[in-house]
Ligand binder design. Structure first.
Ligand code: KG4
Ligand code: ZN
Length: 335
């Protein structure tokens, strides 16, 4: 089965071709980062307009790269939500129109299911069941995964998502957009011993998380530095380091707790924040110590991409899932 995947939920246009026998054949990504950087965050209307410009040429170039014709497609998978409604509708409209014209099925995929299954695009795939830590710009979830579509939410964030906390921290320190990679880059020259940030909610039972307090802690620390005439690049780097270590420790403690609670020793980490070096190292160390297994997507598939949507859609189509033509996009949608 040859499936075209389309991702357009936010500020990246992602296209991919996935074959159920041969795996990923080709993929392409157009990032709108430069377009939105000027405004310090994603401008929804600009995002939708740019997706419209990019979608068709990217589909054409991806088919060409895979040396396939559009008539060979067996199905189309697109991100149906959650995300920005205008952006989602561009991908949904292209997907549904193409499917209608080609007389093939189109399936709307949950964006977070795409992220959750992204490690399946690698040659070494995790076996079910496993614990998944899903950390992106909009979500921070700990999920027990027993199979495709068999997801049990064990823990969630009570306020900001982990990626959102990175983005807000970057904004506070005037590091630009998107925040995660900028904070992470600056943290490399930060000194670990200068500041110690709290590890939110780790002394309370359960698997829920909270990251908004860390953002406030960053703000207070930076304001104090300003008062003391210490508002230097080194101070920013030290704050980034302390912030990143606090997030990484908190996520590690919660993952360990989830594995113990569920009696599992296999961890999958995905979503944009799973690209973070410190978080990857700490979770590798945790799983080494436990003699367990940990799986991450390759870096380019941590953040938004079409390949994960093509993969998730292929699994749904193979399972015989059908959606009626009215199903288009759902900006708010729980997994
Ligand atoms: O999964 P994703 O591309 O989009 C959503 O579904 O939200 O995640 C984007 C988020 C942003 O908040 C971004 O700052 C964060 O992932 N991110 C990172 C890193 N790379 C991206 N956070 C920490 N460290 C990184 N290296
Ligand atoms: Zn995403």
């Amino acid at each position: 089965m040859l499936v075209l995947g389309i991702e357009s939920s936010c500020d990246e246009t992602g296209i991919a071709l996935y074959d159920s026998e041969q795996g990923l054949l080709a993929h392409a990504l157009y990032s709108q980062i430069e377009l939105h950087a000027l405004y310090g965050g994603v401008v929804p209307e600009l995002a939708s307009r740019d997706h419209i410009r990019r979608l068709i040429p990217l589909i054409q170039s991806t088919l060409k790269e895979a040396k396939r014709q559009i008539s060979e497609l067996d199905g189309i998978a697109y991100t149906a939500g959650p995300g920005l409604i205008g952006a989602l509708l561009t991908g949904a409209s292209v997907a549904r129109s193409l499917a209608f014209a080609l007389k093939i099925p189109a399936v709307g995929v949950h964006h977070m299911e795409g992220h959750l299954l992204a490690p399946m695009l690698e040659s070494e795939q995790p076996q079910f069941p496993f614990i998944c830590l899903l950390v992106s710009g909009g979500h921070s979830m700990i999920i027990r995964v027993d199979g495709i579509g068999r997801y049990k939410l064990l823990g969630d964030t009570l306020d900001d998502a982990a990626g959102e906390a990175f983005d807000k921290t970057a904004k506070l320190l005037d590091l630009g957009y998107p925040g995660g990679p900028k904070v992470s880059q600056l943290a490399l020259s930060g000194r670990a011993e200068r500041y110690k940030f709290p590890r939110p909610m780790v002394d309370r039972p359960g698997l829920d998380m909270s990251f908004s307090g860390l953002k406030t802690y960053t703000l207070n620390t930076w304001q104090q530095a300003l008062k003391e005439d210490q508002a230097t690049e080194q101070t920013k780097a030290d704050i980034c380091r302390a912030f990143e270590m606090a997030v990484a420790d908190t996520l590690t403690i919660k993952c360990k707790r989830a594995l113990e609670q569920e009696g599992l020793n296999r961890l999958v980490v995905s979503g944009g924040v799973s690209a973070n070096r410190e978080i990857r190292e700490k979770l590798h160390a945790l799983m080494n110590k436990r003699h367990g297994e940990v799986f991450f997507p390759r870096l380019e598939f941590c953040t938004d991409n079409g390949a994960m949507i093509a993969y998730a859609g292929t699994q749904r189509l193979l399972a015989g899932e059908e959606q009626d033509l009215n199903f288009a996009a759902t900006p708010r949608w729980s997994l």
